[in-house]
Design a protein around this ligand. Structure first.
Ligand code: TRP
Length: 371
């Protein structure tokens, strides 16, 4: 097994998600927990059913509190280093569903500070601009304006700074270095940054003057930040935030993570439909070298990026997905046909999303908070 590496700022190698649970010390979202969610929510979101959200910390506690009449607040975010791609939307889609099903308030943090610090080539103006672009995608997903606060760290600092300071004081350099792999060359802004990402976890408790449970839907690479937050929380008199973690959205180039740094292997929400189609038609598949071989040996859906896309969200019908798997394995279905099918699905989604994104421009200010 090839070694893999996961931190909030670097993912490399072929990720083994079960081993990641062990390494990080999180818990799998098991069948009884899924059943409990289904009962409380009235249904299960596709991303839960398909085990894309597969790991958690303290989700059972969140549901205990909910059943006791102590509702939770949702918190998630985005590092605005470029346009939004489909992978970024996954945690936000689950968040949107949780807001609707549990009537939860949402805090959405745009870390323009983080991406300025992390990306040599980006100015504060760049990260601010991308933050506002990304916010349109959040709004387009249909969050409720009176239950949602979206903010840029540089524009909402007063409300967060005191909370960030408390976390910073409880976190040593030695811990941060061990968790994130910092070196002597790391700029000192990044060393502080994890306290900024922690701040929203405690904001509602401060505001309401009583312990408010917080649930964070995020990709599993963000967990290291919140391990630090959770360690600090009891010392500061706050409840530990709970998390649900998802796997990474696959790359069209093969490999386990859609990366903003290889534009041809990611589909951006701003891509014109024809660009998205081209990317899909050029995608890495599990197909054989020739039609004859494919007919004879069958394809390999388990390594195919097109199949992954379908199984993540773009084929919602379980029976049809299974049929496609079988037809591919059996050499009945060829890659061209499969790519066409995916392209139609993705374009349908993109057209609708882009329409909503346009409309979001007039409504953005209903969501933004500043201080
Ligand atoms: N650091 C995250 C990123 O690079 C952005 C972020 C801020 C976030 N707060 C969050 C992500 C809370 C998930 C949950 O994308």
């Amino acid at each position: 097994m090839q070694e893999f590496h996961v931190t909030p700022w670097e993912v490399s190698g072929e990720v083994d998600y079960d081993r990641l649970i062990e390494r990080f010390g999180t818990s799998p979202i098991d069948e009884p927990l899924l059943e409990r969610l289904r009962r409380l929510a009235g249904e299960l979101h596709l991303l839960l059913r398909r085990r894309i959200f597969y790991s958690h910390r303290s989700l059972d506690w969140i549901l205990d509190e909910y059943e006791r009449g102590n509702p939770f607040v949702l918190y998630t975010g985005r590092g605005p280093s470029g346009h939004t791609h489909l992978g970024h939307l996954m945690p936000w889609m689950l968040t949107r569903w949780l807001q609707e099903r549990f009537g939860a308030k949402l805090l959405f943090q745009l870390t323009d500070d983080e991406k300025f610090l992390f990306k040599q080539e980006l100015t504060l103006e760049d990260t601010r601009r991308f933050a506002y672009e990304n916010a349109l995608d959040v709004v387009a997903l249909g969050f409720e304006p009176d239950k949602t606060e979206i903010f840029l760290n540089t524009e909402f600092i007063k409300s967060q700074y005191r909370l960030a300071l408390k976390v910073a004081k409880r976190t040593t350099f030695s811990t941060a270095r061990a968790v994130f792999g910092f070196t002597n060359e790391t700029n000192i802004g990044l060393i502080f940054f994890t306290s900024m990402q922690s701040a929203p976890c405690f904001l509602e408790t401060e505001r309401q003057g009583k312990p408010v449970p917080v649930l964070i839907p995020c990709a599993i690479d963000q967990d290291p930040h919140f391990r630090i937050t959770r360690d600090a929380a009891p010392h500061l008199g706050y409840p530990k935030p709970a998390l649900v973690h998802c796997k990474f959205f696959p790359s069209l180039g093969g490999g386990s993570k859609m990366s903003a740094s290889s534009p041809e292997s990611s589909i951006y929400t701003t891509d014109p439909p024809e660009v998205a189609r081209r990317k899909i038609m050029n995608a890495f598949t599990g197909g054989q070298e020739s039609v004859a071989l494919q007919r004879k040996l069958g394809g390999r859906p388990e390594v195919c990026s097109v199949y992954s896309y379908l199984s993540y969200v773009f084929e919602q019908d379980d029976a049809r997905l299974e049929e496609r798997y079988r037809a591919c394995r059996g050499g009945e279905m060829l890659c061209g046909e499969c790519k066409q099918y995916l392209a139609e699905r993705v374009l349908e989604f993109l057209r609708e999303h882009q329409r909503r994104r346009e409309r979001a421009k007039d409504r953005l200010e209903e969501f933004m908070v500043r201080d």
